[in-house]
Every structure is written in structure tokens, then in C-alpha cells.
Design a protein. Sequence first.
Length: 83
Amino acid sequence: MPKYTRHALHKINYHPQLKQLDNFKESVKSIAENNDFKFIDGNEAFKDEKNPLNLYHYQYPTRFNAQGHKLMAEHLNKVITKN
């Protein structure tokens, strides 16, 4: 699941929290695939966003706003219907 921290730090090449998120994502991916689940990378839904913080209410670390939910839903629909 995408996280505000990743989006807030998206212009920084290295940050300890980004490395931690990457490691966590790889662990979840490995567990999912080892149990015959399809892993869907939610970050792919926002890869083309120039300012990903616009996907959160008032650009604060809250839940997604309507636009964020819309992009995530479209991404999930695309991945699920493709398979």
C-alpha cells in the first residue's frame, strides 16, 4: 500500500524510511507469492504524479482524498481485469 512518507520523500534519492518501506514491500511480496497470491504494487498507481501529496487531504499525512482513491481504484481494476 502506498504511504504518505514515500510520497513526501519522493525527491530524495536515499532516506532510511524509504529503504525500510522497500524492504517491507519486498517481504510482503515474497510472502504473497510464496502463498500463491498475486502481489499488486499500489505505488504503480501514482508513478506519474508530479506532486503526489495532492492525493492526500490538504497534503497532510492523512488518508487519500477522492483523487487518490480514484487513481488507486483504477489501478487495481486494471491489474485485476488484465489477469
